[in-house]
Structure formats: structure tokens, C-alpha cells
Design a protein around this ligand. Structure first.
Ligand SMILES: Cc1cc2nc3c(=O)[nH]c(=O)nc-3n(C[C@H](O)[C@H](O)[C@H](O)COP(=O)(O)OP(=O)(O)OC[C@H]3O[C@@H](n4cnc5c(N)ncnc54)[C@H](O)[C@@H]3O)c2cc1C
Length: 293
């Protein structure tokens, strides 16, 4: 398996920012994944799996890690009775299409989440009242120490988080689905996609939600909108005029621009509304946001 050097993480993320990865490997089989993890251990490199990079913000001066992109068999999808077995690198779109063709429902909520099965487990991705914890039967977690099947409960899935540790890679996911007519699935998906288009930027470079929704019912987007942040711009990064919990790359944005917007957004939410927002986007090679003083 090849190890690539200096590939810009910007090429691997939906926001399109981020400097070079120290090393990049694209394992296609379980054997190659184990080989890559052994390499990282020998070289004392941290491991960063990137799915579609749809919730990752990486440092402009690069990421000192072995970045892994799961491809080939590790991105395949297979239907087995009422279950769908997906490689960790399989996209939600492919999983959903395969499930629909097999008359299996349950994954519809993921239609507008541009990620992979593995990224969905790590983030416990969700939308419209459902998340991955509703449909995951178990996942195969591989690390330099070995591999282990974990149930949804053992994965520690909570709101936009899991208990997976650095260096643990979701190589396969088994979804437990229910019989549903393909036409019904199609209709639900069309409805959800239309709702998404009405409320969120769908044709811009973003990394999805910037902050988690705070407890109390007022979403992060509405909080930031009330703070007058829609359309606020720093450098090439813009708080979406459509939904204030999205940052758009409006042209030439850097990760530093995005972080500066996040710092300003948190400060205003706390000062103006007394709301403390918690980051949802995953930082790679970036320091934590400064504490609110
Ligand atoms: C336009 C847009 C809309 C979005 N809407 C939603 C939404 O409605 N709901 C929602 O929850 N999210 C949403 N997101 C965010 C994002 O799509 C989800 O968090 C998604 O699950 C991330 O998947 P990914 O494969 O791209 O992971 P990445 O963004 O590549 O990675 C995210 C984290 O998961 C880890 N990871 C990725 N793959 C693996 C693996 N195989 N094993 C272990 N760890 C792994 C990464 O290391 C990283 O820590 C949206 C993003 C965009 C750009």
C-alpha cells in the first residue's frame, strides 16, 4: 500500500481548507488497514480517519498524522436479509440507494448527510428526529491492538458523539433495517431533501453544523441568527446568510478564518443571550477554541 506525502487535507474536506497531511494511506482491504495502523504505530504517528471530510476542519499548516481514507472493500455495501453491511468508507448515499433497492427502510434520515458509514458512527450523525444509534446493530472497530465488534450501546452513541478513541477505525457497520416499499422510501427522501434545500445552504462548501444545538430548545442556528451573525464574514469565511450554524467557504477561506468566526460567534452568543455553544465540527491539528472569559 502506498503512503502519500504532503497531500493537502483541503482536498479531502468539504469546506476545502487545511494544509498538508504528514502521510496519507488509502487502505482497500482489512489487511491493508491493519498494515497502515501498524505503520502509524511504528512511526509514532497519530491516526486521523477522514470519511468525506464533511465535519472536519484541519489546520492550515497541516496535520501531523497518518490520514486514512477507506476505499475498495472498505467502502463496499452488501445487503444481507434485513441488514445492510457497509464498509466504514461507504457513503450514506450509496447505503441509502442499496437499502431502497432492497426494500429496506430506516436510513432515510441520512439522505442529506454527506458523510460515510464510519463517520456517521463516530459522530452519531442524525437529522429529522433520527440518528445512527436507531439503526446500527454493530460495528467492527479496528485499531493497532486488534479488532472487535461493538454493539450500538458499546459504541457509546450520544448526541453527535461516540465513545470511539483516537486510533480506532470503524471498518464495517451493520445496519438493522425494516421492510419498506422503495416508492415510500423515495417519497420520504424527496420530502426531506426539499425541506433541507429550503432551510440550509446545499450548494456551498461547508462542514455542516458548526456548533451542537444547546439544551433548551433554541437551536444553535437560531441563537446565532438572533445575534445578528447571518452574513458575517472574516477573510474568505462567511456565516451562511441562509442558516447561521453553517460557515461557507466564500472563496479562498482558510481554516484560521473559520476559527476566527467561531470565536466571534461563541462570544456573541454568550454575551448577548447567555448561551454557551459547544463545537460540533471535528478539529484536526487545531488547538481548542479559547475558553469564554
Ligand atoms: C451540507 C452538510 C450537511 C450536513 N448535515 C448534517 C446533518 O443533518 N446531521 C449530521 O449529523 N451531520 C451533518 N453534517 C456533518 C457530517 O456530514 C456528518 O457528521 C457525517 O456523519 C460525517 O461523516 P464523514 O464520513 O464525512 O466524516 P468526516 O467528516 O470525515 O469525519 C468526522 C469524524 O469522524 C471520524 N471518522 C470518519 N470516518 C471514520 C471511521 N471509518 N472510523 C472512525 N472514525 C471515523 C473522523 O476521524 C472525524 O473525527 C453535514 C455536513 C454538511 C457538509
Amino acid at each position: 500500500m502506498d503512503i502519500e506525502r504532503g497531500v493537502p487535507v483541503a482536498k479531502l474536506t468539504t469546506i476545502g481548507t487545511g494544509g498538508p497531511a504528514k502521510a496519507l494511506a488509502r487502505p482497500r482491504t482489512a489487511g491493508e488497514l491493519s498494515e497502515a495502523l501498524r505503520y502509524a504505530r511504528e512511526e509514532a504517528l497519530q491516526v486521523l480517519v477522514v470519511g468525506l471530510g464533511s465535519n472536519v476542519l484541519a489546520a492550515d499548516d497541516g496535520v501531523d498524522a497518518l490520514v486514512l481514507r477507506l476505499e475498495g472493500e472498505l467502502a463496499g455495501v452488501e445487503v444481507r436479509d434485513d441488514a445492510l453491511a457497509a464498509g466504514g468508507g461507504a457513503t450514506n448515499a450509496v447505503c441509502l440507494h442499496r437499502a431502497r433497492d432492497a426494500g429496506l427502510g430506516g436510513l432515510e434520515f441520512a439522505c442529506a448527510i454527506p458523510g460515510t458509514a464510519g463517520g456517521g458512527v463516530f459522530m452519531n450523525a442524525g437529522a429529522y428526529g433520527h440518528d445512527c444509534s436507531d439503526v446500527i446493530a454493530r460495528a467492527l472497530v479496528v485499531s493497532a491492538e486488534g479488532k472487535q465488534w461493538r454493539t450500538a450501546e458499546e459504541l457509546g452513541l450520544e448526541y453527535r458523539r461516540s465513545a470511539l478513541l483516537p486510533g480506532e477505525v470503524v471498518a464495517q457497520v451493520e445496519f438493522r433495517l425494516e421492510a419498506r416499499a422503495p416508492d415510500e422510501i423515495k417519497a420520504t427522501v424527496a420530502d426531506l431533501v426539499a425541506r433541507r434545500k429550503d432551510t440550509q445552504p446545499t450548494n456551498k462548501r461547508t462542514f455542516g453544523s458548526v456548533f451542537k444545538n444547546p439544551p433548551g430548545g433554541l437551536g444553535a442556528g437560531r441563537t446565532l441568527e438572533l445575534c445578528g451573525l447571518k452574513g458575517h464574514r472574516i477573510g474568505g469565511a462567511l456565516i451562511s446568510p441562509k442558516h447561521a450554524n453553517f460557515i461557507e467557504n466564500a472563496g479562498g477561506a482558510t481554516s484560521a478564518d473559520c476559527v476566527a468566526l467561531m470565536v466571534e460567534a461563541r462570544r456573541r452568543a454568550r454575551d448577548q443571550l447567555g448561551v454557551e455553544l459547544e463545537r460540533e465540527v471535528v478539529f484536526a491539528g487545531l488547538p481548542e477554541l479559547p475558553p469564554l472569559t
